[in-house]
Write a protein that binds this ligand. Structure first.
Ligand SMILES: Nc1nc2c(ncn2[C@@H]2O[C@H](COP(=O)(O)OP(=O)(O)OP(=O)(O)O)[C@@H](O)[C@H]2O)c(=O)[nH]1
Ligand SMILES: [Mg+2]
Length: 256
């Protein structure tokens, strides 16, 4: 399978929900408690899509969650993480207009550090807090800003999960198209659907419980890496094939 890899940044001032968006996308989890991100952390997730020719392409997004707090020292530090970025989410909090205003200068800084323009998506997060009562000025301002920087504008909620997969998937398409691949939406194999994320989480929590019951801890790389899910999916795929060979529609224990 063809594999593509892109470094993607999550940018926006403190508390807009960058870390929350990342964990909602990666693990389908949400934490009400605020823990400031110091420096940066990155995690990755693969998305499988299908090209117009029917070829499956694996797009690995390496997502960089970067410190949002602002002061001269942190502002310098932040830009050191920009190098090599191929796409970015510019994120603001729909309930705090100043978080949108700040993105203007951050966007300029991003362009000047990278010395080129990269595909962007503007994200208005915390939609759950303002649903049905969107204050018009911030909405209009966000649309204008998105137009100016030639970006899509998506409203999300890391809390409810609304539009999170969609936002990451849209950026993945844009990046893959830029790399020369064409897609037809109906042919997309969206392996990051809510249902699958829930299944992944279920498998992970069972693995975690089992290892802990034996008195061991589970490393993050085991749980958040892709190997575990792949291995388990492989085992299940084989079991399905065995059931099929035996003319059954039910997968049984003997198939594993
Ligand atoms: N209601 C609601 N709360 C959210 C949402 N996203 C994030 N939060 C909350 O907002 C607070 C800040 O979220 P973080 O994801 O830590 O923000 P951040 O942008 O990573 O902040 P820094 O690490 O300081 O840059 C946390 O208490 C989250 O639980 C959302 O969509 N809706
Ligand atoms: Mg954070």
């Amino acid at each position: 399978m063809k594999a593509l890899k892109f470094k993607v940044l999550l940018l926006g001032v403190s508390m807009v929900g960058k870390t929350s968006l990342m964990y909602r996308f990666l693990n389908n989890t949400f934490n009400e408690n605020y823990i400031a991100t110091l420096g940066a952390q990155f995690l990755s997730k693969e998305i499988i899509i299908c090209s117009e020719e029917g070829e499956e392409i694996c797009i690995k997004l390496i997502i960089w969650d970067i410190i949002g707090q602002s002061n001269p020292y942190f502002d310098d530090l932040r830009t050191t993480f920009y190098r090599g970025a191929e796409g970015a989410f510019l994120i603001f909090d729909l309930t705090r207009e100043e978080t949108l205003e700040k993105l203007n200068s951050w966007h300029k800084q991003l362009n000047s550090v990278l010395n080129k323009k990269i595909p962007l998506i503007l994200i208005g997060n915390k939609l759950d807090l303002i649903e049905n009562k969107l204050p018009f000025p911030i909405q209009k301002k966000a649309e204008n800003f998105a137009n100016n920087i030639k970006s899509m504008y998506i409203k999300t909620s890391a809390k409810t999960g609304k539009n999170i997969n969609d936002a990451f998937l849209k950026l993945a398409y844009i990046l893959a198209r830029k790399a020369g691949y064409e897609f037809e939406d109906k042919k997309v194999i969206n392996r990051i659907s809510d249902k699958e994320s829930e299944n992944e989480l279920f498998i992970k929590s069972r693995v975690q419980e089992y290892i802990q019951s034996k008195g061991y801890r589970v490393s993050d790389s085991l749980l958040n890496g892709l190997v575990l899910n792949k291995r388990i999916t492989e085992i299940l795929d084989k079991a399905i094939i065995r059931a099929k060979h035996n003319g059954r529609k039910t997968v049984k224990l003997i198939d594993i």
